[in-house]
Design a binder for this molecule. Sequence first.
Ligand code: FAD
Length: 451
Amino acid sequence: MDEQETESGRTLSGAVYDVVGIGFGPANLALAIAIDEHNRSVEPAGQVSYVFVEKQTKFGWHKGMLIEDAQMQISFLKDLVTLRNPVSDLSFVSFLADNDRLVDFTNHQRLFPSRLEFHRYLEWASARIAGDVRYGSLVTDVRPVVEDGDVVALDVVATTEDGSGTDAVFRGRNVVVATGLTPSMPAAMSESDRIWHNGQLMDRLSSETVRSASKFMVVGAGQSAAETVECLHRRFPEAEVHSVFSRFGFSPADDSPFANGIFDPATVPVFFNAPAEIKEMLLDYHRNTNYSVVDTDLIRSLYASHYQEKVSGQRRLHLLNMSKVTAVLPGYDSVQVEVQYLPSGDVTSVDVDVLVYATGYRPADPLRVLGQAAELCKCDSENRLRTELNYRVATAANVRCGIYVQGPTEHSHGLASSLLSNVAVRAGDILSSLLAERVSSESLEAFSSHG
Ligand code: FAD
């Protein structure tokens, strides 16, 4: 690809893309596939060009939590494509067939594949897209390109890890931000080899500090916390695992069929058009489909281990329920943790080798990655992006290019926003919007040149 100098002295890949995607997780991968399928069905003039810019050096989906036997929380039919295009050749079923496991998977009688297998599926699909993905490129800014007072394009600036010391700039008529979730830790806590977020679990397991640990503490009550407790307890059969949470017990995720409808594509417009207080009410009612809840089989498995240790008298799994961490004092070869038992207020000091925060994730702030372009975006009173039903961000009147977001729209589009349930259909909605906007700006140009 041609490289040329921009005014800022950075390199600009010659093309102006129809779409520059920021982040290449499942959401933007689903969009790339939708665009490829569209491009195969039209003449070259109607095709949509794209580049996706991803900070990881190769495709990866929450690799730090790829615990061997962890299960997906959704059906394999909610893959990257099926709910939008059931005959796509990039479905999970096609992946199984391509890997000669279709019959085996059927015999397995599971709707929910393992996370490891779903990761392999995502890798397989990411290797089959026709267009360009720039891995190892961290987006640091998005700059408006202004012509005659109008913003006509956006320059996505990325720091590359190729050692060249230059930034790359990708100019797009549309930008789609899908930067996913960011691990959430207590604000004042600094990470070390003894204190870290569960998002790093698989990377940390082989470290000397972890391998030599005899006492772990895991803080949190959600799915990741329970998986981390179970993983450490199983992998390190000599070690104690202390699980701290303020609830009475791990609570089950509601994945019953009626409640699951909250994630349906058809629910999105219903939610979007509901008054603010009804949105709040629905989010509140159905938080237990996703937040601070645990898969029932995992709860039962942890309970079985806990009970068995009571029978044998060899206690390693300690559940510190109704409790919270009130202070953390990192030392040279251990971490001293003060844990308060909430019913009595009593504080106990526990020395552990490793403290794992399984305290959840929050959507990465889209305004941050949008940098200078954030000023073009309209926000609500809580500084959340105002987006249309088709995920296009409401922008100032002089903006003639599109900014779309996938993920940080729970307040406007509902509970499926940060999850996988809707990625296939949402990708189709965004593509339809891109194509419709293109047609309307072409008609406008034709009208003005004849007017
Ligand atoms: P992500 O998968 O997070 O992808 C975002 C990408 O953007 C990443 O690759 C990141 O490296 C990249 N990026 C971020 N910032 C930049 C930047 N500045 N420049 C360039 N690249 C950047 N949901 C479900 O529905 N079912 C499940 O079973 C499920 N399991 C989960 C398990 C775990 C452990 C976790 C943490 C989440 C799980 N989720 C699940 C929710 C999760 O949000 C979705 O699975 C999915 O990751 C959403 O896809 P995404 O593309 O929006 O975000």
